[in-house]
Design a protein around this ligand. Structure first.
Ligand code: FAD
Ligand code: MLT
Ligand code: ZN
Length: 483
């Protein structure tokens, strides 16, 4: 659909779906959970960005882990390729078929199984929507340890499978730390019970970590056990302007030093990202005098003592203003204003899609070098494209997006492989949080040694000998299909 199309061949060893297969799925799931309706198939075949599109003829909606295992066992025996799908909000083409893979969407598996209000441990099915889980926990005085712009659609199973980062990573860290246990259906139909709810358990290899971030290539996550933090009673948000990138960097250093234990988000956007949001999102306005500043930073603090937190944030802002690190700023006075600040930052992804074609990159880099690549890209592309920088600065994660009215090969060839080579040269990662999916399966060597990639391929072959799970994603197809 887009320029820079990824060249992959359908693996001829995969079977094509027959009416007998469909009949078998109906026997497992019942008629209404075996979807062949054209409109619903079109939606399930197309990714959130409308950039990747498969041609699957079948969408399966299991209600239980046992049904997932029965489907997988059958697909494995028949050599039918499968794509696991959650909320379909992924940004690297991982959640939709490349060709005619069977789509297994976990959306019907959305039950909360248990919540322990002493330990904060939540156990739920993989298809629970992130925002619904957070709303459930809010009633109990707890919160989900991750938050992202796609929270209204993404599933916890999808979050685990992508090892999603998001807006509170700086405070609560990676899902590798927060996930206590998983239940996973393996490609041969084995249900792997790793659904522990212990914080400490050093008995043997911690297998759940293989599935966190493996993007549905090793197994289908069916249940999740997650440690959730107490919900802070006091949250404050400041929307700030900085004159240059160095000031943003200095502000981060100061925020970590002075706000320490109450710092819960440190996000940044440049003025081109701000322009995108202002131009393409309804009802969004810049809370600071427009067109004056090059960079904006959103700082959130969260804690248990309203007056202490407020005083701490105000003192920090005052000293940062005096030192010239901040050029301007405003603190949200109520929840509506706080939400309007978040809308700017979280809405950039949507604004970019509305603007036309978007080339999306998600880089981890040393904070000192992070913005250099945005500037280099601007000088490479000149007037031919808009280059937009935003992201989770507190985590060293830049979202570099190139926006053009339509997909354009001349632009694409100026971006890739340059951006990957640059990132590799600066010891960065070509995927900080979105994963590799289809988009970057062939690019993994820019961030991982050949020995590591070889070991990953061996693990994949061990768990999925017929390579039916999410083929063409994560690892280069040449390593998996040529033996
Ligand atoms: P899907 O998109 O359905 O799937 C993603 C991958 O996981 C696919 O490879 C799929 O095969 C696999 N998968 C899904 N469910 C399962 C399962 N149960 N078992 C095994 N494999 C499975 N990401 C971030 O990290 N941080 C952000 O801040 C962020 N913000 C976003 C904002 C917007 C507006 C959008 C559209 C996306 C954003 N994303 C972000 C990307 C995306 O939301 C995350 O990757 C999310 O975790 C995907 O969840 P999902 O349920 O939509 O999964
Ligand atoms: C974000 O931080 O907004 C998300 O990761 C989505 C994006 O990169 O656009
Ligand atoms: Zn992000």
């Amino acid at each position: 659909i887009c320029s820079g199309t990824i060249e992959v061949q359908r693996n001829p060893s995969f079977s094509e779906i027959t009416s007998d297969d469909i009949q078998h799925f109906v026997e497992i799931l019942g008629e209404k959970n075996v979807v062949q309706d054209e409109d619903r198939l079109l939606a399930a075949n197309t990714d959130w960005m409308r950039k990747y599109k498969g041609s699957s003829k079948i969408l399966l909606l299991p209600n239980t882990a046992e049904e997932v295992t029965q489907i997988l066992q059958y697909c494995n025996r028949r050599c039918l390729a499968v794509v696991p799908q959650g909320g379909n909000t992924g940004l690297v083409g991982g959640s939709v078929p490349v060709f005619d893979e069977v789509i297994i969407n976990l959306g019907s598996m959305n039950k909360i199984i248990s919540f322990d209000n002493v330990s904060g441990i939540l156990v739920c099915e993989a298809g629970c929507i992130l925002e619904n889980l957070d709303a459930f926990l809010a009633n109990q005085g707890f919160m989900m340890p991750l938050d992202l712009g796609a929270k209204g659609s993404c599933h916890i199973g999808g979050n685990v499978s992508t090892n999603a980062g998001g807006l509170h990573f700086i405070r609560h860290g990676s899902l590798h730390g927060n996930i206590l246990g998983l239940e996973v259906a393996l490609p041969d139909g084995t249900l792997l019970d790793m659904l522990g709810s212990l914080r400490k358990d050093n008995t043997g290899y911690d297998l759940k970590h293989l599935f966190i971030g493996s993007e549905g290539s090793l197994g289908i996550v069916t249940k999740v056990s997650i440690l959730t933090p107490s919900r802070p009673s006091s949250t404050n948000i400041a929307f700030l302007a900085c004159k240059d990138y160095l000031s943003c960097q200095n502000l981060l250093v100061e925020a970590k030093r002075s706000l320490g234990e109450i710092l819960s988000a440190f996000e940044f956007l440049d003025s081109d990202a701000m322009d995108m949001a202002l131009t393409h999102l309804e009802g969004v306005r810049n809370p600071l005098p427009p067109s004056l500043y090059n960079f904006y930073v959103l700082i959130e603090t969260a804690g248990s003592d309203e007056s202490y937190n407020k005083a701490k944030l105000e003192a920090f802002l005052l000293s940062s203003m005096e030192d010239g690190i901040i050029s301007d700023g405003v603190v949200a006075q109520d929840i509506n204003q706080a939400n309007s600040f978040w809308r700017i930052r979280e809405g950039i992804t949507e604004a970019l899609i509305k603007a036309g074609a978007v080339y999306k990159y998600d880089l981890s880099l040393p904070v000192k070098n992070i913005y250099d690549i945005v500037e280099e890209m601007r000088s490479r592309l000149g007037e031919s494209a808009k280059v937009v920088g935003y992201g989770h600065l507190g985590d060293g994660n830049l979202h570099l997006n190139v926006s053009t009215p339509i997909y354009d090969d001349a632009v694409f060839t100026k971006i890739e492989p340059f951006i990957y080579e640059w990132t590799s040269k600066h010891q960065g990662s070509i995927s900080a949080e979105h994963g590799l999916g289809l988009m970057k399966a062939n690019k993994i060597h820019y961030s991982k040694s050949s020995e590591s990639v070889q070991l990953m391929a061996s693990i994949k072959k061990l768990l999925d000998p017929n390579r039916i799970l999410n083929p063409y994603k994560v690892l280069p197809s040449s390593m998996l299909f040529n033996d």
